[in-house]
Design a protein around this ligand. Structure first.
Ligand code: HEC
Length: 177
């Protein structure tokens, strides 16, 4: 028992001595991920700015790969269908979490273009024109009734033959709100 306590004390003293012996800079650096990454020799692919905007502003709900909880509509493999009509194109900017997001018009245009091309390229309208900041600035001012607008957009896409079936954009059975 006494031996155990003494042993603990020696260990602690040893650790303190080690910490004191290290230059302050070396200790501070171990807390900086960049320094750790550098030392480990790991090569991390640079993250595009739009991917960072997505990670910070959208990923919490929509998931890292564009699909998450069943209550939230999947973006991967289908969000591009909306670009096949003007109303659908407007809807993607006016959906509340996009329109009201604190990101700048530039960042919203960039993240939408990135999202569409990264997660839903095959579904994009032929000759898709990327969103511009000016277009986002105008469109995001509108407040829409999400459910009604989305329904109209999907009906129109089906009626015009832009998509084969409303099932391609079916909403989850239990919407979040
Ligand atoms: C708080 C959770 C949340 C965040 C954050 C969020 N979304 Fe959403 N998103 C939703 C929900 C829920 C819907 C379904 C429509 C609705 O109820 O507003 C949706 C719908 C969408 C749609 C339309 C999909 C469809 O099938 O109707 C797009 C596009 C979209 N979000 C993109 C984004 C982007 C881009 C961001 C980041 C700038 C973002 N969302 C941030 C929850 C979120």
């Amino acid at each position: 028992m006494t031996r155990g306590v003494a042993c603990e004390r020696t260990k602690r003293a040893g650790l303190l001595a080690l910490a004191a012996a290290l230059p302050f800079g070396a200790l501070a650096q171990t807390n900086v991920p960049d320094a750790v990454t550098r030392r480990s020799g790991l090569r991390v692919a640079p993250m595009p700015h739009a991917a960072q905007t997505y990670a910070t502003n959208c990923q919490g709900c929509h998931g890292e790969l564009g699909a998450s909880a069943v209550e939230i509509p999947a973006l991967a493999g289908r969000v591009g269908y909306f670009t096949r009509s003007d109303a659908g194109r407007r809807y993607l900017v006016q959906v509340p979490n996009v329109a009201l997001n604190p990101s700048s018009d530039d960042d919203i245009a960039e993240v939408l273009n990135w999202l569409l091309r990264t997660y839903s390229r095959p579904q994009l309208a032929a000759g898709f024109r990327p969103y511009t900041a000016a277009e986002v600035a105008t469109l995001r001012r509108a407040r829409i009734d999400v459910a009604a607008t989305r329904q109209r957009v999907v009906d129109e896409l089906v009626a015009s033959g832009a998509i084969a079936s409303p099932d391609l954009l079916a909403l989850p059975a239990t919407p979040l709100y």
